[in-house]
Design a binder for this molecule. Sequence first.
Ligand SMILES: Nc1ncnc2c1ncn2[C@@H]1O[C@H](COP(=O)(O)OP(=O)(O)OP(=O)(O)O)[C@@H](O)[C@H]1O
Ligand SMILES: [Mg+2]
Length: 257
Amino acid sequence: MSTTKLELHGLSKTYSSKGAAAKVIENVTLTASEGEFVSIIGPSGCGKSTLFHIIGGITEPTAGKVMLDGKEITGSKGLISYMPQQPALFPWRTILDNVIMGQELAGSPKKEAREAAREWLAKAGLQGYEKAYPHMLSGGMQQRAAFIRALLSPREVMCLDEPFGALDALTRQDMQSWLLDIWENNKRTVLFITHSIEEALFLSDKIVLLSRKPTHVLKELVVPLPRPRQEEVVNDPVFLELKQHIYGLMKQEQRHN
Ligand SMILES: Nc1ncnc2c1ncn2[C@@H]1O[C@H](COP(=O)(O)OP(=O)(O)OP(=O)(O)O)[C@@H](O)[C@H]1O
Ligand SMILES: [Mg+2]
């Protein structure tokens, strides 16, 4: 599979309502290279989801550009695979029909889409739920289904907004290892929002730390841990050192509040 580069250039966003202006994003520039796994960490409410809405063309930036493979795509919808923070499954569609939506929109043959979807649902522990409706699944199961939908959407860049936030610790660990395995065998460009420093270190090539609102890039850190990564990597001295370093930086940022 070919991969694609995503660039954000000087993005800013100010929301205005009833004459009051709220600056949320201030001059964010960052790049996810072809096949790179980039995590974004930042204080709650700093503007991470807003950043993804801008990338997805749902929200217009006040300034700046979004570039995909060197072409400007600011304001264009449907070019990236996006998993929103709240798993937005359509309640009137079965799990299987929810999962194949990205493929459907791209015009893939339905039979093949369904076959692939069944396979992936089984790998995510959702076998037997193909014909169920979203309300019959737990929050974590819905999140897994939404994740599979993003994964199967035939787009080169995936933007995942805290995809494992609603999962218990063990399932979350399983899903991380599972995602890592898929990604290492099938490199796609990924932007991944998380509040977990460990999750970011385990998965990423690069971690972007964002400031509090109005958010800007505080620091970019390369994660020099070799791949493929195993769960034991969390005990690696490099992992532990980076973890302490990031905790320190984010604590400092919080203290400024
Ligand atoms: N449509 C909107 N109109 C006005 N303000 C908004 C809108 N959407 C988001 N905001 C504000 O922008 C700020 C950033 O919100 P956003 O959801 O991007 O934060 P976040 O970093 O994703 O937070 P979290 O980590 O809690 O998910 C918040 O103060 C929020 O109130
Ligand atoms: Mg958010």
